[in-house]
Design a binder for this molecule. Structure first.
Ligand code: CA
Length: 490
């Protein structure tokens, strides 16, 4: 078995000349060489901002850069043909493709409808602050540019539970739509502000059975059209879990592949919330470990004051590794974004060692850690440097990070672990040591079968050679505020 390694193949401010699909196609071989086994692509369908849309403002799920809608045929990332060509090229290199899937909302309706609503208290969504009133809202989606190709489904006010704009009143508020499926919100995982069903734009109402059917039909169409290998489910804490369970089951039933499904349920301080989502979904999906990301963020900020023995405490990868997708940062946590909590540069190699070279969790690398990125917004200029040691660590993960793990999470400033390797992977075995303070040293066991063998730091930070003693132990080293990755010298 080969280790699974994902990459999030975009960031919020991706704006390079080369369209993303073409770049991915051109990089397929390089990614395979690095040991990447799966790529998570950004939303590939048309958003309300057309060719400028990042993709989370979904307009038409069936428009993968094929129709002249929202002033553009292509999306920001390219055309449908380029998208499919990229997927093909990745598949040829044995890399799977995971599609970003936004079910919470739709944006950019084509026509106004007269809709009966109640105003909602933004701070307590369960409280209505008006009687019924009629407003004009952009709730009708006819997709005139697509003209019924692939699906003739027309979305209207019965498909949505809320909107945030009354066109006739020119009023921005949260309005709960009164339709035959309910007068308020659906039961969703997040209880923030009473009920966090409503996030943005036109909130989709899954109580409408026609909506559920349409989204299942779409999922099957998308799977077949793009030959997908999995789905990344956006913003699930704002979406009916009952619907998602139904959708996932329908997809697993209809698709003749082992789908990788991973849900984004952004929680930074309460493991119980993620655990209850695992229970509610019956383990149907993997979950991003935002708790581990948050620990990395705090550890990087605190420097040597952070107690590294606690770095995995209350994280999903520690409590429930089988469903955990680990990551250092993503497009929401990067600088200038809504959930900004970017892990400081010095700590990123340490964090990558902790997600790539341990046995728990499926790691997902962030785009800007493999490629430099520069961007600017409202006068703020950001330069993100790729992590120099990342390619090396990815290869080590692919080839050598196997077998029994022995943990030495035993000093506030210096922790380590070893991997004993396995028969299937030649010369596999590892010793990792990292420090957030002074340079570190630690005696760790790699296994008696390595007695007399020599280990070297593949990252090249330490030039010593470590010889394993008769009992299978060696004294490993790492530089101050850094990480060393020791492999068998062959
Ligand atoms: Ca919702």
């Amino acid at each position: 078995m080969r280790n699974t390694t994902l990459i999030q193949y975009f960031h919020w401010y991706y704006n390079e000349e080369e369209n993303l699909w073409t770049k991915a196609r051109n990089e397929a071989d390089n990614l395979a060489q690095l040991g990447i086994t799966g790529v998570w692509f950004p939303p590939a369908y048309k958003g309300t901002n057309g060719g400028y849309s990042i993709g989370y403002d979904t307009y038409d799920l069936y428009d993968l850069g094929e129709f002249d809608q929202k002033n553009s045929v292509s999306t920001k990332y390219g055309s449908k043909e380029e998208y499919l060509a990229a997927i093909n090229a990745l598949h040829e290199k044995g890399i799977s493709v995971i599609a970003d899937t936004i079910f919470n909302h739709k944006a950019g309706g084509d026509e106004l409808e007269k809709v009966t609503v109640k105003r909602v208290n933004e701070e307590d969504r369960n409280e209505f602050i008006s009687e019924n009133l009629e407003i004009e809202a952009w709730t009708k989606f006819t997709f005139p540019g697509r003209q019924g190709k692939y699906s003739e489904f027309i979305w209207d006010f019965r498909c949505f539970s809320g909107v945030d704009w009354a066109e006739d009143l020119k009023e921005a508020s949260i309005f709960a739509i009164q339709n035959e499926y309910g007068e308020g919100w659906e039961d969703v995982p997040s209880k923030e502000m009473g009920n966090y069903d409503y996030l943005m734009y036109n909130d989709i109402d899954f109580r409408n059975p026609a909506v559920r059917e349409e989204l299942k039909n779409w999922g099957k169409w998308y799977f077949e059209t793009a030959n997908l290998d999995g789905f990344r489910l956006d913003a699930v804490k704002h979406i009916s879990t009952e619907f998602l369970n139904e959708w996932i089951d329908a997809m697993r039933e209809a698709c003749d592949k082992e789908l990788l499904i991973v849900a984004e349920n952004w929680v930074i301080d309460d493991i119980a919330e993620l655990e209850s989502y695992v229970d509610a979904t019956g383990g149907r999906t993997q979950l991003f470990d935002s708790l581990l990301h948050h620990n990395f963020y705090l550890a990087a900020q605190a420097g040597k004051e952070y107690d590294l023995t606690t770095i995995f405490d209350n994280t999903l990868v520690q409590n429930n590794p089988l469903v955990s997708v680990t990551f250092v940062d993503n497009h929401d946590s990067q600088p200038l974004q809504s959930l900004e909590s970017f892990v400081e540069e010095w700590f990123r190699p340490l964090a990558y060692a902790m997600i790539l070279l341990r046995e728990g969790g499926i790691p997902c690398v962030f785009y800007t850690d493999l490629y430099d990125a520069s961007y600017e917004e409202e006068g703020n200029k950001i330069d993100l440097k790729a992590v120099a040691s990342l390619p090396q660590m990815l290869k080590v993960r692919d080839l050598l990070a196997y077998g029994l793990q022995r943990d030495y999470l035993d000093h506030p400033n210096c922790i380590g672990w070893t991997r004993e390797g396995d028969e299937e992977h030649e010369n596999s075995a590892l010793a990792i040591l990292l420090s957030n303070g002074e340079e570190g040293f630690k005696t760790m066991e790699v296994g008696a079968k390595f007695a007399g063998k020599t280990f070297i730091d593949v990252l090249g930070y330490r030039t010593e050679e470590v010889v394993i003693n008769e009992e299978g132990f060696g004294e490993f080293l790492c530089p101050a505020g850094s990480v060393s990755v020791w492999i068998l010298k062959v």
